[in-house]
Design a protein. Structure first.
Length: 174
């Protein structure tokens, strides 16, 4: 019993805190896809609701110029922006920054290729990749957030195991 309690304490003490941030679940067009018809908008779907402040969605063309209308719209878990009519074939980059319901900023980048006349290939979903979107100021830092809780809980559990062990040893001597 003592060994199980000690192992449990060690497991809790070394576990990482849970991250409950908005994660990108899907994108339309999908990351890495090739589309033969120029999309009229880019839509990103996240795993949790987004705050209305601190969101941005920028789409740039093969030449680096912006091709979005600059009016990112959020509704619940969906963030979208309309595009100007695309005429240049090539790789388009989508950069986003949102604020999770818990207040943490999440950013990333994905891309799609516009190739008129090409057979479309579209992966079903996209995972976010950390990135930076310089025009948006950071709303907070996530470094160290929540790191004390597992250590505190683990320390308390180790202390409890120590007290129980001391009590058992003391009662056997008596």
């Amino acid at each position: 019993m003592l060994a199980v309690a000690f192992a449990l304490g060690a497991l809790v003490a070394t576990s990482a805190p849970a991250a409950a941030h908005a994660e990108l679940e899907s994108a339309d067009p999908a990351d890495g896809s090739t589309v033969s018809t120029a999309p009229r908008s880019v839509t990103l779907t996240f795993g949790e609701e987004l705050q209305s402040a601190g969101r941005a969605l920028v789409v740039t063309g093969p030449d680096g110029a912006r091709v979005d209308d600059g009016k990112a719209m959020a509704s619940g878990v969906v963030l979208s922006v309309d595009l100007v009519p695309l005429s240049t074939p090539g790789r388009y980059t989508v950069t986003y920054r949102v604020v999770s319901a818990d207040g943490h900023p999440v950013s990333g980048e994905l891309s799609f290729t516009y190739q008129p006349g090409a057979a479309g290939s579209s992966p079903p979903a996209v995972n976010s990749r950390p990135g930076d979107m310089s025009p948006v100021a950071s709303t907070g830092s996530t470094s160290g957030t929540g790191s004390a809780s597992p250590w505190l809980l683990g320390g308390a559990l180790v202390a409890l195991v120590g007290v129980v062990t001391w009590s058992v040893i003391r009662s056997r001597r008596a």
